[in-house]
Design a protein around this ligand. Structure first.
Ligand code: UFG
Length: 320
């Protein structure tokens, strides 16, 4: 297939673009490099540096078989302080992309949605039928886009799939997480192991969980990328399907730090700090629908494997 990948210079987008090329697809990456890196665009992709809202129509005039839409602003804290950046950058850009797809009859869309669309969960295991009450602007913008996709899919015959990611981590060989401002737990802990930080802060030890620290569902970025290939293959004209992607097992912040200690052999000093605003205690996915309907089989569900791949990537970049 000939595919347009928006945000293919970012973490998840670049890993998916690599997987698509490995699977024999023709890939054009469009990215404005506001947070991505030109050298993260995998070999074998054509790269266009452009504002997606402005470039979408011109690009899709070339007749594509599908779009994988990763480009987004994705910092929860920033979304609360600067909502305009998120409504404009996420929702308005996505509407322009959907309009370009409608205009040129692009048949398939795979969209990067998020567990943040659910907000505080009603139950420990989140399904696609769980209520969607986002607690931050980032999640609200992604939910709004999901609604828009449903309307466009049924009105204009687009075959669309939204994938709601839980906590993505790990690396795909030499492609991994490279945020300028790092806020995610595993990369931060590995920075301590590398000596780039003195210690990791544990945001709260008084949560209603077994060891008092927050529990999350970590998913390997390569397994996540594989779900996109399956979604693309299973997209049905005129339908919008939504799938959670996680491993169905929760790990606490302390368990993550312990795993990082085992993998790196570093003592990784940790200090308990106050809770972080907006954090739910526990977020764990039911991905039964993705397994049953898409045939998704995550092969790297083990937290040790996820951390090992992230560590190999981090160490290699540090030494380079
Ligand atoms: N944490 C710490 N110390 C740190 C960093 C994080 O204790 O230095 C804790 C957080 O409080 C949280 C857990 O580690 O309990 C995981 O935090 P991350 O920042 O790695 O990830 P989040 O669960 O906050 O968010 C991620 C994505 C969001 C997405 C969400 C959906 O970053 O974009 O998953 O579940 F919306």
């Amino acid at each position: 297939m000939k595919l347009l990948v928006t945000g293919g210079a970012g973490y998840v987008g670049s890993v998916c673009a690599a997987r698509l090329v490995e699977s024999g697809h023709e890939v054009v990456v469009v990215d404005d490099l506001s947070t991505g890196h030109a050298d993260a665009v995998p070999d074998g992709c054509k790269f266009v540096q452009a504002d997606i809202a402005e470039a979408a129509s011109g690009l899709l005039a070339e007749s594509f078989d599908g779009v994988l839409h990763f480009a987004a602003k994705s910092l929860v804290g920033e979304s609360m302080e600067n909502p305009q950046k998120y409504w404009q950058g996420n929702v308005v850009t996505s509407l322009r992309l959907l309009d370009a797809m409608r205009e040129h009859g692009t048949p398939r869309l795979v969209f990067s949605s998020t567990a943040a669309t659910y907000g505080e969960p009603d139950s420990e295991l989140i399904t696609e039928d769980s209520s969607t009450r986002p607690t931050n602007t980032y999640g609200a913008t992604k939910l709004a886009i999901d609604h828009a996709i449903s309307s466009y899919a049924s009105a204009h015959g687009i075959g669309a799939v939204s994938l709601r990611y839980f906590n993505v981590a790990g690396a795909h060989g030499s492609i991994g997480e490279r945020h300028t401002v790092e806020t995610h737990l595993i990369p931060i802990v590995l920075q301590v192991a590398l000596g780039q930080r003195e210690q990791v802060q544990i945001f709260g030890e008084d949560w209603p969980t077994e060891d008092g620290t927050c529990v999350r569902d970590y998913i390997h970025v390569t397994d996540l990328a594989d779900a996109h290939l399956l979604a693309l293959r299973n997209a049905q004209a005129g339908q919008h399907r939504i799938y959670n992607l996680g491993n169905g097992t929760g790990f606490s912040v302390k368990q993550v730090i312990d795993t990082c200690r085992e993998v790196t052999g570093h003592p990784i000093p940790a200090k308990v700090a106050p809770r972080r605003a907006g954090d739910p205690a526990t977020l764990v996915a039911s991905s039964r629908a993705a397994r049953e309907e898409l045939g998704w089989r995550p092969e790297r569900a083990d937290l040790g494997v996820i951390v090992r791949d992230a560590w190999e990537f981090t160490r290699a970049r540090h030494q380079a």
